[in-house]
Design a protein around this ligand. Structure first.
Ligand code: IP8
Length: 259
């Protein structure tokens, strides 16, 4: 089984509140179907989640009555995004059902627990893909907290021990500088813990690599043993299908886990 996260930067326009990239998602779903691989898809929230979550400081947990309406709005928005993605998966003949983490699971001080995976397993046994996504989840300590798609990927990795993990974004992989601003930025084809620490220490790239750093750490945690964790550009047609089929592509591969 291969675990795939469709990142918010590729499925939405992160600059515009609730802008869905339907054509790209439809193509990515066809690429998954064409590969013939058994997969589980998770997706991020993009502009359906981050805009309001940031405005109302939802990741700090409950501290203000005004946040409650914002929690409900974000949950509504990410469920709408999820419905559109599930529709595209079903259109591509990948039978799929929405599984909102915020409606099924709890967090404890920002850590998601999928204690009982029976529903996930029951769906998969019938050839149906449960589709989870970045959501606001009730938290025993904080009231509520943001659960990222990356954290769901890590839990699914523990449950399913996938042969490969793929993160689909809108950049070719991890760079030593922001590729959208610096045309000379160098792409890292392989990343281990040492390389990641050196990228972090370059002060000129802190904003961009701040987000990517967390993602790469999460990828490294999932890359223990023989398992490769791949970060690739889903805006380029064919790359996801090639990665699923084991072909060489432009990407960054995390290896070796975290020592
Ligand atoms: O896009 C964030 O999930 P991510 C979830 O996977 C929300 O980081 C609600 C902002």
């Amino acid at each position: 089984m291969i675990l795939i996260k469709l990142g918010g930067s590729v499925i939405t326009d992160k600059k515009e509140y609730r802008k869905f990239n339907r054509d790209i998602v439809a193509r990515l779903c066809s690429e998954i179907k064409d590969s013939g691989e058994d997969v589980i898809v998770v997706h991020g929230a993009g502009s359906f989640g981050h805009v309001i979550a940031k405005k109302f400081d939802l990741n700090s947990g409950y501290h203000d009555e005004e946040q409650i309406a914002a929690v409900a709005q974000v949950c509504y928005d990410v469920r709408e995004l999820n419905s559109m993605i599930v529709a595209e998966l079903n259109d591509a003949r990948i039978p799929s059902i929405s599984l909102p983490p915020g409606s099924c699971f709890m967090m404890d001080d920002r850590t998601l627990s999928i204690g009982d995976a029976e529903v996930i397993k029951a769906m998969r046994d019938k050839g149906i893909m449960p589709v989870m996504f970045g959501d606001v989840v009730q938290d025993r300590k904080l009231g509520f907290a943001i659960c990222s798609g990356d954290q769901i990927m890590e839990r699914l990795c523990e449950l399913y021990d996938p042969e490969k993990v793929i993160f689909v974004s809108d950049i070719d992989g991890l760079y030593d500088d922001d590729p959208k601003k610096s045309p000379d930025a160098k792409l890292y084809t392989d990343v281990d813990m040492d390389i990641l620490e050196s990228v972090r220490s370059e002060s000129s790239v802190d904003d961009v690599t701040g987000g990517v750093y967390e993602k790469m750490m999460s990828m490294l945690r999932m890359s223990s043993g023989d398992r490769e964790c791949v970060l690739l550009n889903g805006t380029v047609p064919g790359r996801l299908r090639s990665a699923l089929c084991g072909e060489d592509i432009i990407c960054t591969i995390a290896r070796g886990g975290i020592q």
